[in-house]
Design a protein around this ligand. Structure first.
Ligand SMILES: [Zn+2]
Length: 156
């Protein structure tokens, strides 16, 4: 976890916004690692956040591969729809922060605001692929902290 992540998530918590993590874990379908490892990593993420007074309202992952035709693998919006049902949230008008174009695409499909971060894979995505994108993110941030700044500004 990037060191700036827990304080950024805590700021969202304090603003009363629900924070949900959605990830593609096709390594499960491909046999690279067992599903139990995903659960273990999620627990580590939760405890690292808890140490800094931050929490997630939900964690969803898609264990399928691209050939499985599931509705949860990003850019499909199945995980956002599950969060809507489980947590009483509204995906449309929400904010999706991600470092891949697939995250932006999921946001567009759900009617959410797409925010690309240039940390992680995001810098390469932004530098080399943005010309090919049919639609640009609503905002490009250096990292999660910058994304949270922007979200909280929009919410004022
Ligand atoms: Zn899936």
């Amino acid at each position: 976890m990037f060191p700036f992540a827990p304080p950024a998530i805590r700021r969202l918590n304090e603003a009363g916004l629900a924070v949900v993590v959605v990830s593609n874990q096709s390594g499960v379908a491909r046999g690279y690692f067992p599903e139990s490892l995903v659960l273990e990593v999620n627990e580590l993420m939760k405890s690292a956040l808890a140490k800094e007074g931050a929490h997630l309202d939900g964690i969803y992952y898609c264990p399928h591969g691209s050939a499985d035709g599931c509705d949860c693998r990003k850019p499909n919006i199945g995980m956002m729809q599950r969060a809507e049902r489980d947590l009483g949230l509204q995906a449309s008008g929400s904010y999706v922060v991600g470092d891949r174009y697939g995250d932006m695409e999921m946001a567009f499909r759900a009617g959410a605001h797409a925010i690309l971060v240039r940390s992680g894979y995001g810098l390469g995505e932004w530098m080399w692929h943005r010309q090919e994108w049919p639609r640009q993110p609503a905002f490009v941030a250096e990292d999660l902290a910058g994304a949270v700044d922007w979200i909280l500004e929009q919410k004022q």
